[in-house]
Design a protein around this ligand. Sequence first.
Ligand SMILES: [Fe+2]
Length: 497
Amino acid sequence: MGETTVVEIFPGTLTDGFFAPQRFEGEVADCEITGTIPSDMDGMFVRVGGEFFYPPKFPNDAPLHSDGYISAFRFRNGRVSYKGRFIHTPRFDSNLEAGRNQFGLYRNPFTHDESVQGMNATVSNTAPTVHAGKLFSVKEDALPLEIDPVTLETIGFHDFNGGWKGQTFTAHPKFDPLTGDMYAFGYEATGLASDDIYFYRVDKHGTVAHEIRIKQQPYISLIHDFAVTQEHVIFPFACYYTDMEQLRAGKIHWMWDKTLPSMIGIMRRDGDGSDLRWFRGPERCMMHVFNAQTDGNTVTLLAPFYNGNFFPFFPNVDGSPWDPSKAQGFVRKYTFDLSSSHDGWTEETLFPAPIVDLGKVDHRFTTLPHRYAYSTMADQSRPFDTARAGEVGRKPVNTYARFDLAEGRMDTFFAGDVHSLQEVSFVPRRGSTEEGDGYLIGTASNLADLRTELVIVDAQRLEEMGRVYLPFRAATQVHGYWWDAEQLNLNEREGNA
Ligand SMILES: [Fe+2]
């Protein structure tokens, strides 16, 4: 290992080979399985990603602008069924009627056709989330879209009965395991390139219970993910910026300026925002987080931040070419001293292995002290069968990694020599309370057989338990999560005994 590997959310082009668009929706009533599906797995693994139903209007458009697609593996009684559907955003329906893509560059309405000016242009292609018995597809440029959890049909935008006042909603809401409350925010909350961040606590019944409005500074950047502790909220962003000038000039929404400071804002989660404090640091690409805690005046954040610009399609403002050697993520710990007067932080890289930044923890420990973090990586020491799978350049993401923060130990699971893994997710074992007791689950692209497999791994022994096979290559994902049947009342909705 040592070099970076482009992960599947943008494998160079999303129009070739395994990733060629299919315009396909479908179901498999009872999937082929090897091994054994754990009998306690009664629930659903839901994935959201996207593909361009119609080709992008501009060749330099971001793959992140692909049409949202939601799919679900439903587990029950040791068997697994599958469904996949496009998310019917206003954009998707309008394009389908027009028979072409009327939308220009990623999040730049000045590049869209006149026919769709003023239309909500979200592609809703980032993540599924569940709260108060409802399933949503979420992307940071719009409100959540409610999805029927049985049919996967799109119901419509959801504003929490009018309680959510912002125009945007993060793809990564956080859930307090002690209360069931959801914490979420939106940036550019009052419109394109606005500096407003609206933050909300939504109680376990789905009602907005607290709002904080703050200003982003010193520049408008993407805040893709955030962290919540039992006392604080943490907003990281870095180097990507936008403004109306570049949008009016017809450019893509984000440019990368490494001379801008990396910023991390921290405020009390139950306050009014007046205590918000911005810390500053050197160039990093701050996308996803693992978890965070508050201990007295010390806030710690565990996050797989990259060294530099991760996205080759968001150009460097200085005109320099994208540098893949800087698109490397690591398990990193950031420490903030709220009692000090300086505005810096300390950064520790806890493990030397480069990882994909799509990491997870046992979500029953979100906001709380925890021992394990999970991610994926491209282990270059593992085999790859180019005779069967074709030449792919560097070895793809092929390994799940479990990081034991207490012992400084990394354990891995290798998915196969013709496989490219998507994000790993954690499934708690039913009835357990011990951290890490459960399963790791995620899809693998079988590049030899051109079909998608779902891998189920014992999260403690890191040994494969079972594998589910689709007879086709499923649309790729960005994020996926597991929910037990009770969280979506699946058995009642499906009419099961
Ligand atoms: Fe994300």
